[in-house]
Design a protein around this ligand. Structure first.
Ligand code: SF4
Length: 341
């Protein structure tokens, strides 16, 4: 049985045509699912009983089981969900002055092996389906009953290693008859799968691209991000440059500050040299320490100096306010804790 949340509006329309009905039925169903957030087909009151029965035989409509739910004093909430096959995934809700965002997981585990990351400690078991990404939004919505305005695909997994499902997910959440989350309010983050950056540029979407860079040079990147062996820094920076040219869009650079590793003034200058002249926005992120990892968070003083140096070098930069520091904040930490039990 298919998950109803897997289908784009077009695909659902094709389904209705395949059973001899008009494609506009898809709009009706989409509105029930994503505008009224119904949790069973029986609640779709403008649809005839026979069709409801047909939908029940062909599709599953079921939210995730919530295994754990942590709330931070700053409004951040972390959810641990159980998938239908028993696997666990995390989603994080963050509240900002401009709205509410969800950090969506794209894979069960991750194979990219970034040295500082809790998610990467558990290898990838499988990709999430489109529906399982959509269900993270609906399952969080069920708990908070607030409009979700922004999405970052930055949770467990490498989104571009699950490319097709992630692109379909963008189509579902962006659909005007559905959740209608503006593409400009959606960001996808990659650790640097270069060929997929070009594919994403060609999709001609308005959604954003973020690059988890975390290093200003080849040596440090090799040390903390194995993906750099396959796609070295010079190729990645070239891809960023080409992406900007192709899409005319600004790219966000994510940079986690690790004490004594990538947070020196020399690193700040190297980073400024590397990205000089590119339409990028650098997000400096305090590290959420993971007990199994040797890395430490940069001191406040060093983070400030790093930020000031980039500012001095006329870079667009922000030192991101950390969120959820009083809960299992590092991505993958909550899942890992439950799996180790
Ligand atoms: S940082 Fe992202 S890409 Fe790297 S191991 Fe963790 S989840 Fe995977």
């Amino acid at each position: 049985m298919r998950n109803i949340y897997d289908l784009t509006l077009k695909e659902l329309g094709e389904y209705f045509v395949s059973i001899g009905l008009k494609p506009f039925r898809a709009i009706q169903v989409y509105e029930w699912l994503y505008r009224k957030h119904v949790r069973s087909f029986d609640e779709m009151t403008n649809i005839k009983k026979e069709l409801i029965n047909k939908l029940k035989t062909d599709f599953e409509l079921k939210l995730f089981e919530v295994v754990d739910h942590q709330k931070s004093v700053d409004g951040t909430e972390k959810f641990l969900f159980r998938l239908s096959d028993g696997n666990l995934i995390e989603s994080v809700l963050m509240r900002h002055y401009y709205g509410t965002s969800i950090c969506v997981t794209s894979q069960v585990g991750c194979n990219m092996g970034c040295a500082f990351c809790a998610s990467g400690m558990k290898k990838k078991l499988r990709n999430l389906t489109t529906g399982e990404m959509v269900l993270q939004l609906e399952s969080v919505y069920e708990s908070i009953k607030e409009k979700i305005s922004h999405i970052v695909v930055m949770g467990i997994g490498e989104p571009f290693d699950n490319y097709d499902n992630v692109i379909n997910f963008l189509k579902v959440v962006n659909e005007p008859h559905g959740l209608e989350i503006g593409a400009r309010h959606i960001s996808i983050s990659t650790c640097g799968l270069v060929p997929k950056i070009y594919d994403y540029a060609k999709e001609n979407l308005q959604s954003n691209l973020a690059i988890s860079l975390h290093a200003p040079n080849q040596e440090i990147r090799n040390l903390i991000m194995p993906v750099n062996q396959a796609y070295p820094l010079n190729e990645l920076v070239k891809a960023i440059e080409d992406y900007i040219k192709m899409t005319n869009r600004r790219v966000t650079i994510e940079y986690i500050l690790l004490d004594g590793i990538n947070d020196t003034l020399k690193c700040a200058n190297e980073l400024a040299d590397l990205l000089h002249g590119l339409n990028v926005y650098i997000n400096l992120i305090p590290y959420n320490e993971v007990k199994e990892k040797p890395f430490k968070r940069s001191t406040k003083e060093n983070m400030r100096k790093f930020y000031d140096q980039l500012k001095k070098r006329s870079m667009n930069v922000t030192l991101r306010l950390e969120q959820g520091h009083d809960i299992d904040a590092a991505c993958g930490q909550l899942r890992s804790k439950h799996m180790n039990k």
